[in-house]
Design a protein around this ligand. Structure first.
Ligand code: ARG
Length: 294
């Protein structure tokens, strides 16, 4: 007999179907915390580089064990944040929209990723306005959710809408600890599976922390995703929303304990992967992962 969970979800009643994904990552060969461009970063941070490498390898292994394909970009010396592959572009329908970093320290990363995209046969678009890829641009249900407030600009939202011809839904971030959209929201189900071939927000589901957004943006999210999983501030601060879902498995920080329970109650299968060394730079699982959508 299925049992009812708080929130009305039926445990064991839903079977979630995963879809195999292709992810681009960057080995943290040169990872360090050398400057502070978000509240998590301390110039005197003590990063255990061997542990960071082992944690990143755990993430790659977890993806492969669940049937996903991993591509890697060549890490460049002098670019300690290059491991955060999500920030370099957003790829939808096989088309790549590149990055222009807000912080001068990160600007050279765009060029390094561009080399990979060109070699892989993508015609990469270079934005004219500051834009940090999937850090702030989240495709879901035939739309693009687009964060702004700290990094990606409204002007870039207009550019990305023009480029893809997809409706862009701007969301105002208000808390410096959640400076990228992907620190406060992730897609559980992108609405591209399960009978509804066209996708659409109706079949899509996200998880988010409402406190990271302005009141108006919170209202937008509530209207678009009435069934969203709402996370606590503690779970958001544990990088629980910087997760990656394949529609069934959710690769998630083990520190986000309540969120893990909420997801389990909804029929998802949490796969804990600890990236604690990367939290010192303000990044987690999703930050390290660029999804190459066909
Ligand atoms: N230190 C990096 C920065 O502040 C972390 C980027 C994290 N990436 C992300 N997708 N949230 O830019």
């Amino acid at each position: 007999m299925p049992t009812t969970q708080p929130g009305g979800a039926l445990l064991n009643a839903v079977h979630r179907t995963p879809r195999a994904r292709r992810y681009l990552l960057c080995r943290p060969t040169h990872f360090a915390v050398e400057y502070a461009i978000n509240p998590w970063m301390r110039e005197d941070a003590d990063v255990d580089t061997a542990l960071a490498l082992a944690q990143w390898e755990d993430l790659v292994r977890a993806y492969r064990d669940h049937g996903h394909t991993i591509e890697t970009v060549q890490p460049a010396p002098g670019l300690p944040d290059m491991v955060f592959a999500a920030n370099c572009a957003v790829v939808v329908g096989g088309r790549a929209f590149g990055s222009l970093f807000h912080a001068p320290q990160r600007r050279p990363e765009s060029r390094e990723y561009e080399i990979w995209f060109k070699a892989a046969g993508y015609d990469l678009y270079r934005p004219e306005s500051p834009c940090e890829g999937e850090g702030d641009l989240v495709p879901v249900g035939g739309h693009l959710l687009a964060g702004t407030g700290f990094r990606t600009t409204r002007a870039a939202h207009a550019e990305v809408q023009e480029h893809f011809g997809l409706p862009v839904i701007g969301l105002q971030l208000i808390d410096p600890y959640f400076y990228h959209l992907d620190t406060a929201l992730f897609v559980l189900d992108d609405g591209l599976d399960g009978g509804d071939a066209a996708g659409g927000p109706d079949s899509a589901t996200v998880a988010y922390y409402p406190g990271a957004f302005s009141p108006g943006s919170r209202e937008v999210l509530r209207r678009l995703f009435p069934d969203a999983v709402l996370a606590t501030r503690d779970d958001a601060l544990a990088f629980g929303l910087n997760s990656v879902s394949d529609g069934r498995h959710v690769f998630i920080a083990p520190q986000a304990t309540q969120l893990i329970d909420q997801l389990t109650a909804r029929g998802y299968v949490p796969v804990p992967v600890d990236l604690s060394e990367f939290h010192k730079a303000g990044g987690g699982i999703k930050c390290c992962t660029q999804e190459l959508r066909p």
